[in-house]
Design a protein around this ligand. Sequence first.
Ligand code: SF4
Length: 504
Amino acid sequence: MKLLLTTLNSKYVHSNLALKYLYASAESSRRNIDIQEFTINNDDDYILTELLRKDYDLICFSCYIWNVEKTLYLAETLKKAKPDQKILFGGPEVSYDVVPFMGQHKFVDFVISGEGEGPFSEFAESMISGTPELERIRGLTYRIDGKIFVNPPAPPLVFESVPFPYLSLVCEDDKVMYYESSRGCPFQCSYCLSSIERKVRTLPMERVRSDLSYFIYKQVKQVKFIDRTFNWDRRRCAEILQYLILSDNGVTNFHFELCGDLVDEELIRLLAQARPGLFQFEIGVQSTHEKTLAACNRNSNFPRLAENVKRLKALGNIHLHLDLIAGLPYEDYASFRSSFNDVYQLKAHQLQLGFLKLIKGAPIREQAEEHGYIYRSKAPYEIISNNYMTALDLVRLKKMENLLDLYYNRGGFRRTLDFCMDSLELAPFDFYEEFADYYYLKGFQHKSHKKEDLYRIFLLYAGWKERFIPDIKNTMQELLTLDMKETLNPDAVKKFERKGWEIL
Ligand code: SF4
């Protein structure tokens, strides 16, 4: 029997850690198992040909909000092409409401709910044996002669029993390497699936050091820790960071999700010793509105978090990424404006404006009626409106998000943006809102623009702005030129100078 573990990642540089865990855990079945990863941007024909040509007996799909719709379509097509093809689904997107899910999708033969390592290992072994005893596999739901059977859930895994997955696979060093030193989160944010599992399981420090030494030895470009709140245990966090500082190979970058409130003096002192570029931190702020944070069960203190972010920023060696979520309970357009302004003034390297997703299994989905949530019926179940924001409010924020990504997050406009914040007499939110209105009114959203054109569009906005602030266009042109020379390569700058500021 031949099995394939597969998924659709959202980008080529991403890789799927869950598949690697499943493969590594099913040690006795590995010679019968292949792994092949695709992206959601791959052509359907390409994926179907790859899946069919090797004639697998069983194909196992790992499903998430970003890939489940396309995965369902591919699996259904596979079953039509090869009716005896066995299909298994697993992952967070299919771990809830399993029976209705299987009732609706008759081409799915098996679903593994919850943590997959233990159940998949037993399942693969049982299938390969030729006499599967499906009723014994906890966490498995299966279909026999059209009837659905649900086994009891699998017990929580002993986390350290999961092998380090990269040792049994070829190292894909052109991709982001994902790593998990702890599983679960001690916090209970209502919009997050991790809030369900309150107990945090950790790998022993010795194991973590040994795993990390592999990435350091291989000189991979980036390792992303998927630990949900890396600094929930400050001592453990400091121990791992110290190990990475001492073992730094001068190349590898490590990314972590931190709780901003828990950053302390000791951590700051330790981080001051890190090579610039060694660490990248993502800190979820989500909102600065107290009523909103309380309604989401987030016990966050924004003044303390802001102070900590400023101290991290002042070190000058850490790349900082902050997140905001639009659409949380009690957050209306005005209060989101204030959250945005509060967070923007911290001047992180990246500011992500995300939109609430009412994901299956997250507690906030149970409160949809209370807050009047209307959300998309298909994954990723993004908010359309609620009692506090209309659909049009959220569309205005989508426009701003686009401009924020193009001009702030992708970089290359630092001087000009700083000037706008100081001289346009607009709060950051109002500037991005106005610039976005201008951009969409002129129709620039209808095509994708090269970086060079973004400078030209910015100058057009400056020209429009000159009606209200005399002589601003010349100043902004000088700043845009400086920003461009710092960002584009010399050939691109020469080409720009030949073509001029006119956008064609
Ligand atoms: S949002 Fe972050 S802190 Fe909150 S429960 Fe999820 S992982 Fe934990």
